[in-house]
Design a binder for this molecule. Structure first.
Ligand SMILES: N[C@@H](CCC(=O)N[C@@H](CS)C(=O)NCC(=O)O)C(=O)O
Length: 209
C-alpha cells in the first residue's frame, strides 16, 4: 500500500493523482499542511526532506520518494506502465520528463505561486521573462507533438508530468493554447481520458491580478 502525501490540488500534486488513477495502484491519501506540524515535522521530513508535497511512502518496499518526477518514475517502474522498455524509447520519455521538471515546472510554479497563492502582481521585469520562456516551451511541445498523439508515441509519464501545467497555461500565464494546434489537441486528448476526468483539476477559478 502506498501513502500519497498531498495538500491542496496543486499541479505537482495532480501529476501523482493522475498517475495513481491511471495505474490503479492501491493507495491512501494523507493531507499535509505547510508548517511546523505538517511539512516541517521531523516525521514528514524523513519522507520529503525538502518539506514539499507531493511525496509517497511505499509500505511494501519501505521506500519513500519526493519530487514529482522521481515519484512518477517510481510508480512507472512499480506498475510497469507509462515508461517503455528499451534504452531509446525510455530515454525519449526521460528527456521530456526532465524538460518538465527542469523548465516548465519551475517557471509555471513561480507564476502559480505569485499570481494565485500570494495574489501579487508580477513585476514588469518578471512576467515578460516567464512568458518568453513559456512561449518557447509551447513551441517546442507543439513541434514534438506534430504527427503523434502523445509526446513520445504512447501515453507516458512525460505526458502526465506536463499536462497539469499545460492545462492552466491560459489561466495563469495568459498564453492561448489554441494558438498551438498540436498542443491544444494534446491537452484535449488527455483531458478526455477517464483517469483525468476522475481526478481533480487544478484550474483556478479566477486568476490573480
Ligand atoms: N519540484 C517539486 C516541487 C514541489 C513543490 O513545490 N510543492 C509545493 C506544493 S505544489 C510545496 O510543497 N510547497 C511548499 C514549500 O515549498 O515549502 C516537485 O516537482 O515535486
Amino acid at each position: 500500500m502506498i501513502t500519497f502525501y498531498r495538500n491542496t490540488a496543486s499541479p505537482n500534486v495532480q501529476k501523482i493523482s493522475l498517475m495513481l488513477a491511471e495505474t490503479r495502484i492501491p493507495h491512501e491519501v494523507q493531507s499535509v499542511d505547510r508548517g511546523p506540524d505538517g511539512t516541517f515535522a521531523p516525521s514528514f521530513l524523513a519522507i520529503s526532506p525538502n518539506a514539499t508535497v507531493p511525496a509517497i511512502l511505499d509500505r511494501d518496499s519501505g521506500m519513500s520518494v519526493f519530487e514529482s518526477g522521481a515519484i512518477l518514475y517510481y510508480l512507472a517502474e512499480k506498475s510497469g506502465q507509462f515508461l517503455p522498455t528499451g534504452l531509446g524509447p525510455r530515454t525519449e520519455v526521460m528527456k521530456w520528463l526532465m524538460f518538465e521538471v527542469a523548465n516548465v515546472g519551475p517557471v509555471m510554479g513561480e507564476l502559480y505561486h505569485y499570481l494565485l497563492i500570494e495574489s501579487q502582481a508580477m513585476t514588469e521585469c518578471h512576467l515578460p521573462r516567464y512568458r518568453d520562456k513559456l512561449t518557447r516551451y509551447c513551441t517546442l511541445l507543439d513541434h514534438q507533438l506534430e504527427g503523434q498523439r502523445y509526446l513520445c508515441g504512447e501515453y507516458s509519464i512525460a505526458d502526465i508530468a506536463l499536462y497539469p501545467w499545460c492545462d492552466i497555461l491560459e489561466d495563469i500565464a495568459e498564453i492561448h493554447v489554441g494558438d498551438y494546434a498540436n498542443l491544444s489537441r494534446w491537452v484535449a486528448t488527455i483531458g478526455a481520458r477517464p483517469a483525468t476526468q476522475a481526478t481533480h483539476t487544478t484550474r483556478p477559478v479566477t486568476a490573480g491580478p
